[in-house]
Each structure stands twice: as C-alpha cells, then as structure tokens.
Write a protein that binds this ligand. Structure first.
Ligand code: ARG
Length: 569
C-alpha cells in the first residue's frame, strides 16, 4: 500500500511541475491516528517550507492532482498533512494478492548482502550467562529476518575456546576432576572444576602460578595439555548443542577463537609492516590518532611477552570472514559492556583498509524482580538451562489448569513450545537496549503481551478451520469487506509487508513482536464482532480469508522471532 501511495503521490508532484530538490521522493507512513486515515504523508509541509509556499494550499493542489483510482481517498488535516483512507475495494484486492503470495507481501531486499551474524559465542567451561542468552535469542531472530529478506546469511558461533581460563581448567582437570561426574554431566563438572580452581587462585598465589604455567604449556603446544583442552572443548560443544537444539537455534560454523591461532602472528607482523600498528613499551599497539573518541584509547594486539589478545583474534576473524566468505556485513550481537572493544576493532579494521559494514548490535541487562542484575538465590549468575527448565515447568502447570484433560505427553510437548516461546518473546518484545525485568508470571500469561497469547491466538484461528465440517475452498475472487472489524484486520495483515523490511534499520525484532500483538488484538476484536462460522456466502468466504491470512502471518512472524506456534494449546 505504501509503495502504491508513494507512486501516486510522486506522480502528482511531477504533474504539478514544482521545482523539487534534486532526488526528492515523497514518502508515506502508516497513520499515527487511525481515526484520520490509514496512511499519511507530510510531503506538503516539507516541500512548502523549501518552496516558500503555504502548506495547506500545496496539499490542496496535490490532492487535486493525485490520481488514486480506487486505491484510496485523500484529505487534508491540520497544518497540511495528507491523509489517505484505503477503500474497501482496495483492501480486498490486497487480500486476494496476499492469498497467493508465500512471502505475505514482504519484498526481497536489494541489494542482497552477505551477512555474517556473530552471536551467542559463550566461553568453554564457563557458564553461559544471561548476556549469552540475550545474544543467542536476538541473534537467531535477526539472522532469520535477514534470511527471509533474501540476504545470504552466515551464522558463526565465535566461542571462547582459547582463553586464559584454560590454565585453570587444565590444572583443575589434572587435580580435581571427578570422572563419574564428568560422564554424567560434563558441562556441570567442567564448571565445578573451573569455579573451584578460580576460587583457589583468589586465595593462593602458588596455584595462580601453576595455572599460568599450564596455560603457557598449552600455548606452546604441549601434547597432554592440548589433549585436555580439546576434550574440554568437545564436551562443552556437545553440551551447548543440546541447549541450541532445544532453543531451535543453529549455526553454519563454530569457528571459535582457537581457529585463528595460527593467523595471529602473521597478522600482527603485517600490521607492523603496513604501519597499522607500532611498538609501545614492548607491546604492539594500534593507535587511533585521527579518531576523536579513540585518540587516547589505543588497543594492544601483541603483549610485551608475545601473547595475543581477544582483539587480535577478532581482527584475524574479520580478515577471514571477508576473504573466505566475501562478507559485506558483519553483525556482532554482544552486550553493551564490549562497546569499546568493538569501536576499537572496527577502527583498526578501517585503518587496515578493509571496509565491511560492521555493526555492534548491543543490548542491556536482564534484571531480577529487585531490579538488580539477575542472580540465583546463591548469588551465582543464572544459567540458561535452569531458566528454560523452569519456563517449561511453569508452562506445563498453566496448561494443566486450563486444560486438565490433555494427555500428559501432549502437554509436555506443548509446554516446551510455550515455555521456551515465552522466554524468547519476553526478550524480543523489549527494545534491546533497555534493561528488562524478568517476571515469570507476566511472561507466561495467556492474556497480555506474551508469546502464549500469540500462540493461543494462532491456535484459536486454526480451530475455526477445524470446525468447518466440509472443509473450505477459499475464493480470492469473491471478497467483500463491510465491517470495521474486517477493515482493521485487513489493515493489520497488510502491515506485515511494511514492518518486516524496517526491522533491520536499527536491528529491532521488538517492532515485529509488537506488531504481532497488534495483529492478534485486531483478530480477537474482529472475531468478537464478526461471526465467521455462522456467516454465509461471500461474507463467510471473506472472513475465512482474513482468518487464513492472520494465521499465516502469525506463524511466519513467530518463526522470524524463533518461536513455534503449536497446533493445540
Ligand atoms: N566469548 C565472548 C564473551 O563471552 C563473546 C564473543 C563475541 N564475538 C566476538 N567476535 N568477539 O564475552
């Protein structure tokens, strides 16, 4: 609709032979207040100012010149807004089009970009904390959205499999490991070992030295340590895979930090040779003298003792992604505390003459009910697995209350879909930069801005079709809208095609989440005001088409958020 209105509007401007600023194109937006129209344009106000004209007069001229055919009616409001009211005929035509369009009105992006999405990226043998949860959920959703828009998306899990923590883990493996516990739950045992040694190191300098030596041995290629390391990585990956399967999250690659080990030394040498880095107090640093914000914040790429850093690995990773994958864009879905790190590696990359579009897609924290960083009762960071377990358990209880007769196995599989959907939606319906308060009851409520509400809405739409005794043949050629409830639902369905492409402007899946809530609300009001099963003929056909499209959009929209829609609930 926006496209068609913009075309008509721009044709009218041409007809008026105004002296438009070069490259000017009038734009149409969804109306802020639906009482005045479906769409609006502030073109007259923008242009009048530049052309020294009266905005209302210009708007009048535009309205007289514009040829909207049967698409819409236009009128003027306030200081010169042009409001468009889409005709019922045009809504029906659009619905007919959407019925035959498996993209549901979402145009493919242009140009197509190769986009590497770097997300999740937890650290081996360390717990996956809330920051990783957010990254995993937001990253997966953004990757799905970009893929649906037609981009070439590469999902890469840059796990921390080569950090200083391995000194401690190896020492712990050699001295504290409980083999039975490791067989039973490797991730938990690795974590226990890491935590024990970590706290020993806090108390005892000798142990800290031993750990350091183990790390140096590992870095020097010691066989035994390499084997322990590789086992830890393997076990951690298997544990992570279990969580990702449950979350329906997947990766094309798991090129963790260790993958780049051999590339670090040559990279730093090259940077020195190209004057991208230079020595300072024995260390090799990148200075950003021409960058106002970073002028006093150089980044070290090789320490005086020869060791490389997180930043060095990230620079080598960018080279690889650009050279091997032809990345046009790299998106880092990583918490706000790493902002400076990314500013530095982006600046260093530009300094080296590479120019992929790099985005740090950051996010705030998850808070407990006390508005402090979410912790467990014992004060530890909350673990993702525990959050998922509890969500599913609680969802199961809610389902049992509402639907005591449902067989237990069915309940279990629906509880999984609902519980995990609720956690994801609570995350994705917030602006990513806000710190959000984790509240179980709120996120699992059937009435409210929640995943269960959307899932329930989709179940409810589908149940209409189940109740139709003789099945249905939807007829796109026989549509007639009369009621306000129908108009509003049509309007919301059509909006899907307008919302999805805008999600990547600022990487905001929450706009999709909120849109889906509006769609579901429009559906429920429609369903209350406009009987479907009791209607007949053209009216019933039209209402069923509205239901069908609502269902398709809900399912697709949820899928883009990484949330499943159950058959029953
Ligand atoms: N492993 C890091 C952490 O847990 C996140 C890595 C993000 N990706 C990157 N390319 N630096 O903080």
């Amino acid at each position: 609709m926006i496209q068609e209105l913009e075309n008509a509007l721009n044709a009218a401007l041409e007809k008026l032979k105004l002296e438009l600023p070069s490259g000017f194109r009038a734009q149409v937006d969804a109306a802020a207040d639906l009482r005045f129209g479906d769409y609006q344009a502030n073109t007259a106000m923008v242009l009048a100012k530049r052309l020294g004209m009266n905005p209302r007069q210009l708007a009048t001229q535009i309205i007289e010149a514009i040829d909207l055919g049967e698409l819409a009616e236009a009128d003027i409001a306030g200081p010169g807004f042009i409001n468009f009211r889409i005709t019922k005929i045009a809504w029906c035509q659009k619905l007919a089009e959407l019925l035959g369009d498996d993209r549901l009105g979402v145009a493919l992006a242009e140009p197509v970009q190769t986009i590497v999405v770097d997300f999740s990226a937890p650290n081996v043998a360390k717990p996956m904390h809330v920051g990783h949860i957010r990254s995993t959920i937001i990253g997966e959703s953004l990757a799905r959205i970009a893929g649906f828009l037609g981009h070439q998306v590469i999902k890469d899990n840059h796990i921390g499999d080569w950090g200083t923590q391995f000194g401690m883990i190896i020492h712990g493996w050699k001295t504290l490991l409980d083999q039975d516990a490791l067989d039973a739950d490797p991730v938990a045992e690795l974590l226990r070992v890491y935590r024990s040694v970590n706290s020993l190191c806090g108390e005892n300098d000798d142990i800290r030295d031993i750990c350091k030596k183990e790390l140096v041995k590992l870095q020097g290629g010691d066989q035994e340590n390499l084997e322990i390391w590789s086992k830890c990585v393997e076990l951690s990956k298997a544990g992570l895979q279990g969580i990702y399967d449950r979350l329906d999250v997947s990766f094309d690659y798991w090129y963790g930090e260790s993958f780049y080990n051999d590339r670090l030394a040559p990279l730093v040498d090259k940077m020195i040779a190209n004057d991208a880095a230079r020595e300072s107090d024995g260390a090799i640093c990148v200075f950003f003298d021409d960058d106002e914000k970073l002028a006093d914040k150089p980044t070290i790429v090789r320490k005086a003792d020869g060791g490389f850093l997180y930043a060095t690995t990230d620079l080598a990773t960018i080279d690889f992604r650009v050279e091997k994958w032809g990345a046009d864009q790299i998106w880092y879905v990583v918490g706000a505390p790493q902002q400076l790190h990314f500013q530095q590696i982006f600046a260093a990359t530009r300094k080296r003459g590479l120019n992929p579009e790099m985005q740090h897609i950051s996010f705030g924290s998850i808070l407990g009910e006390d508005r402090k960083l979410m912790k467990t009762r014992s004060g530890d960071n909350v673990q993702l697995v525990d959050v998922l377990e509890e969500a599913v358990e609680r969802a199961s209880k809610v389902i049992e209350e509402k639907n005591p007769d449902m067989p237990v196995t069915e309940r279990a599989s629906i509880a999984e879909i609902v519980g995990i959907g609720a956690v994801k939606f609570a995350e994705l319906s917030q602006h990513r930069m806000t710190d959000y308060v984790f509240n179980w009851d709120r996120m699992l409520a059937l009435q409210g801005d929640t995943a269960p509400y959307l899932q329930y809405s989709s179940v409810r739409v589908n149940s209409i079709f189940r109740k139709l005794e003789n099945g249905v043949e939807l007829d796109a050629g026989r549509l007639k809208i009369t009621e306000d409830g129908e108009v509003h639902l049509a309007r919301m369905i059509v909006r899907f095609g307008e919302v999805v492409p805008s999600l990547l402007d600022d990487f905001r899946p929450n706009l999709l989440a909120n849109y889906l809530l509006d769609l579901a609300k429009a559906f429920h009001s429609f369903f209350e005001a406009c009987p479907v099963l009791k209607s007949e003929g053209e009216t019933q056909n039209t209402r069923l088409v509205l239901c069908e499209l609502t269902s398709r959009v809900l399912v697709k929209g949820l899928e883009l958020l990484g949330i499943e829609a159950p058959e029953r609930m």
